[in-house]
Design a protein around this ligand. Sequence first.
Ligand code: PSV
Ligand code: MN
Ligand code: MN
Length: 387
Amino acid sequence: MRAFADITEALSALAVEVPSWAYGNSGTRFKVFGSPGTPRTVEEKVADAATVHRFTGLAPSVALHIPWDLVDDFGALRRNAEDLGVRIGTINSNTFQDDDYKLGALTHTDPKIRQKAIDHHFECIDVMHATGSRDLKIWLAEGTNYPGQGDLRARQDRLHEGLSTIYDRLADDQRLVLEYKFFEPAFYHTDVPDWGTSYVQVAALGERAMVCLDTGHHAPGTNIEFIVAQLLRLGKLGSFDFNSRFYADDDLIVGAADPYQLYRILVEVVRGGGYGPGSDVALMLDQCHNIEKKIPGQIRSVLNVQEMLARALLLDREALAAAQEEGDVLLANEIFMDAFYTDVRADLAHWREERGLPGDPMRAYVGSGHQERIEDERVGGTQAGWG
Ligand code: PSV
Ligand code: MN
Ligand code: MN
């Protein structure tokens, strides 16, 4: 196995984008619990993201969701973020909370509704210009509930047409990332259910259209690291939405349900050149904190990514490759597991302290009094966007 000293420089490249909606109140279909200290404005969500960055050094950008995060002046929001030491990252569109989209948005049979959905994406691109964002992330809640309800193939054609129109509107330094999800809110079929469909759709657009992989959007048992390897091989992995799940799209803290899976994914990211200088894969969180405090929930999340990344970087790739070449099944697996089982927490604490960060960001946050302060100051925080 490699020594921790060999990976300290590589570790410095880690940047995990946090979602603005992680700071709002969220819940399930059954209940949204309000929590004290919840942001009342977009500016306060950005401030919370900046707090996560201040304690960890790992979260330099925050993703916005439009229209949840609509403000009058995105230029001012951008400056405000920069003053706090972070920047505005991915802009997420939203075509899932408008009655007009009940039967589809970009795939709807009515051209007026399709145009409305396209116009919404144009508005998102305007926001990107003001915020300096690179990525437009599109997740479409489109699909059908009953066999026969829609023409599956015609819907793909309309999807292509809509995506092309949106893609053509992007500037040369902007990208479109298309997220897939195998079910929900539609239950019979989803128009972008899997990486293959997302790949086919973005490949038809051009070089700056990529796939977004949300770790919670697969059927149980799916080998996600294989998808990562394949998309990197094809040069089409644009971004991740990290979270963890036990059953469905649970949006729990990344690495909480299955840290080994996160390790396996990050091994493929590193192996495929998806991390570090020269890579433009965006590592993002897409999570909600329904019952736990939100800022420390996000701190825990970015630390989990860092911890599993450190283990992935510790993997002795040369020894692994040699064992694979030899066909030594057990040795190869042992080498792979050795890095996973390495407890890197003390080394990471030291690494942080050397960089002027708290060795234990979770305890430092609790000790800082910040949570009590925002709970006193903020009365009447808003929901994440749902419900
Ligand atoms: C959909 O389940 C999703 O993962 C998409 O990324 C959305 O933008 C996000 O959740 C927030 O609802
Ligand atoms: Mn997502
Ligand atoms: Mn999701």
